[in-house]
Design a protein around this ligand. Sequence first.
Ligand SMILES: NC(=O)c1ccc[n+]([C@@H]2O[C@H](COP(=O)([O-])OP(=O)(O)OC[C@H]3O[C@@H](n4cnc5c(N)ncnc54)[C@H](OP(=O)(O)O)[C@@H]3O)[C@@H](O)[C@H]2O)c1
Length: 298
Amino acid sequence: MQVFILGGTGTIGTAVVAELVSRNHQVLALSRSEKSDELLISAGATPFRGNLTEPDSWADAAVSSDAIIQAAATFGEDMGDVDAKAMKALTQAAATRSDPTRLIYTGGCWLYGETGDEIATEDRPFNPLPAFSWMVAHAQMLLDAPQLRTAVVHPAMVYDMRDGGVFYRFLSAAKNGQRTEIWGSKATRWPLIESSDLARVYCDLVERSDLVGFFNAVSEEGVTVGRIASVISEAYGSPTEPMIRTVDEAVKENGAWAKGPTLDQQMSARKLQSAIDWQPQITDFAEQTTHWISDIQT
Ligand SMILES: NC(=O)c1ccc[n+]([C@@H]2O[C@H](COP(=O)([O-])OP(=O)(O)OC[C@H]3O[C@@H](n4cnc5c(N)ncnc54)[C@H](OP(=O)(O)O)[C@@H]3O)[C@@H](O)[C@H]2O)c1
């Protein structure tokens, strides 16, 4: 199949491109720079030069492919507006095709808000942070568009063995012998998934266009950030007692998105597991991360 991906150089997209290429799919990837061109070519994809903010230049090429994956985000103040313009352009371009266009859209665990001791399934009502509420509306608009066949993936917090993903802050502090910084509380739980396990979800959904709707993607339902930070600190032999910052401090220094990592959440992938027979291959972040750090050090 030919797959057009937005965000093919990001945490999620890099793993998805690798998995698509390994399955012999032809990958066209939106790229806004020479650096991204090089990354994509070395991964086996073909860059398509354009910007997420100017969808008229790439929407026709995207809908001419067998499937589209949206895993791009600017993470700026304009994040929702840019996504709205891009998804509207795709929807309009898809209306010119005789068959519905397959689209995999990326949502996220933060759309459920705090779940506490409950485990979020796809039936749970959304309670997004204000900074991400647009994502719920866009997902619904794409699911409702008759010219699209949309599956929306809600990834858990994604870690990877390239730059760490959501573990990045902990890894870089511990590597430099510093205390890790936790926003909010050590008891906050994160649902986790490793990027290559998540990539198999996207690729399975690309190949199964009969599956539409929301799909949670998660390997470990809820791990405390205190445990994550201490596993990483211990692996580097750096101070294990984290520094606790308040949620307000984190938001003031990093922007509204910083409330996301302070949400106490648990999430289940039971729907996905029964729909596509998907099972994570990496189910213990601690073992995986400790091996990875030890490999880097030797
Ligand atoms: N990572 C997670 O743990 C996680 C969990 C749940 C949901 N999500 C959601 O998944 C999506 C992707 O997240 P991510 O962590 O993979 O993001 P990321 O690592 O920051 O990657 C963002 C991607 O978007 C591209 N991009 C940004 N602005 C662009 C523009 N103006 N034109 C073209 N491309 C542009 C980037 O390209 P360049 O390489 O050119 O910058 C990159 O490929 C987001 O919507 C996020 O909310 C992420």
